[in-house]
Design a protein around this ligand. Structure first.
Ligand SMILES: *Cc1c(COP(=O)(O)O)cnc(C)c1O
Length: 226
C-alpha cells in the first residue's frame, strides 16, 4: 500500500533527523517511470512534492493530474538539455539540475512573468567525477550569482548525487562537503534554504550530514520497471 510505504519512509526520516539532532528534511517523492495513478495514490496519502527526470514525462503527468491534484509541486531532478529548457520552465516549480550558464539563461528567458519565479537548485559534481552532470565546486559562486541576478528565478540552494559507492557510509564525505558548500552559499544569498541530497539507499547518512530535502523513489513506489 502506498500509505504504508509513505508512513514507513516518513518515520525513517524522522528517526534519522532525531538521531542527528537536526530538523527533519522535506520529502521529494521521485515518481520517474511511475504512472500518474501511482502519483495520485501518494497524493491522496498527503504527499505534495514529486520529482521527475524527464521533462516530457513530467509534462504528461502534470497534465493528467491537473484536474484531480492541482496542488502538486513538480521538481526536475534529471539532466536538462538546453532545447528542453522552455518546456521545463513551464512544467516545473523547481529545477534541481541547473549546472551551467546556458541553462540559467534559457530558464530565465522562458519563465512566464505571470508565474511565481522558478525555484532553482544548482547541481554540484562534488567529487569531480568526470563525465557526470553538475558544476565543479569552483564554478559554484559564479553560477549562483548568475541565478540570483535573474528576477524570474529564485536561487534556493544545492543538489548533489554522490558517486554510488556500494556502502552508503562511503558517501558521507561527499555529503559533508556539500553541507559546507551549502552553508557558505546561504551566508551570501539570503533565499538559500534547500540542500537536496540522499536517495532510498543512503538518505539516513545524508540527513545526518544536513540534508534539508531527500529524494526518494524506490522506497516509496517499489522497484522501477526497466
Ligand atoms: C532516480 C533518482 C532518485 C531516486 O532514487 P531511488 O534510489 O529510487 O530512491 C533520486 N535522485 C535522482 C537525481 C534520481 O535520478
Amino acid at each position: 500500500m502506498p500509505d504504508d510505504r509513505l508512513r514507513t519512509v516518513m518515520q525513517r526520516i524522522l528517526n534519522a533527523a532525531d538521531a542527528a539532532e537536526r530538523p527533519a528534511p522535506a520529502l521529494l517523492a521521485v515518481s520517474k517511470t511511475q504512472p500518474a495513478e501511482a502519483v495520485a495514490a501518494l497524493a491522496a496519502a498527503g504527499q505534495r512534492a514529486f520529482g521527475e527526470n524527464y521533462v516530457q514525462e513530467a509534462a504528461a503527468k502534470r497534465e493528467a493530474l491537473a484536474g484531480t491534484c492541482p496542488e502538486l509541486q513538480w521538481h526536475l531532478i534529471g539532466h536538462l538539455q538546453s532545447n528542453k529548457a522552455a518546456l521545463a520552465a513551464e512544467v516545473f516549480d523547481w529545477v534541481q539540475s541547473v549546472d551551467r550558464p546556458s541553462v540559467v539563461d534559457a530558464l530565465a528567458r522562458h519563465r512566464a512573468a505571470a508565474r511565481a519565479p522558478l525555484n532553482v537548485l544548482i547541481q554540484v559534481n562534488v567529487e569531480g567525477e568526470s563525465g557526470k552532470a553538475g558544476c565543479r565546486p569552483d564554478e559554484l559562486d559564479a553560477l549562483a550569482a548568475r541565478v540570483a541576478a535573474q528576477p524570474r528565478l529564485a536561487l534556493r540552494g544545492l543538489m548533489s548525487i554522490p558517486v554510488p559507492h556500494p556502502a552508503p557510509e562511503q558517501r558521507r564525505p561527499a555529503f559533508r562537503r556539500m553541507r559546507q558548500l551549502f552553508d557558505e552559499l546561504a551566508a551570501r544569498h539570503p533565499g538559500v534554504d534547500t540542500l537536496s541530497m540522499g536517495m532510498s539507499d543512503d538518505f539516513p547518512v545524508a540527513i545526518a550530514e544536513g540534508a534539508t530535502l531527500v529524494r526518494i523513489g524506490t522506497a516509496l513506489f517499489g522497484p522501477r520497471a526497466g
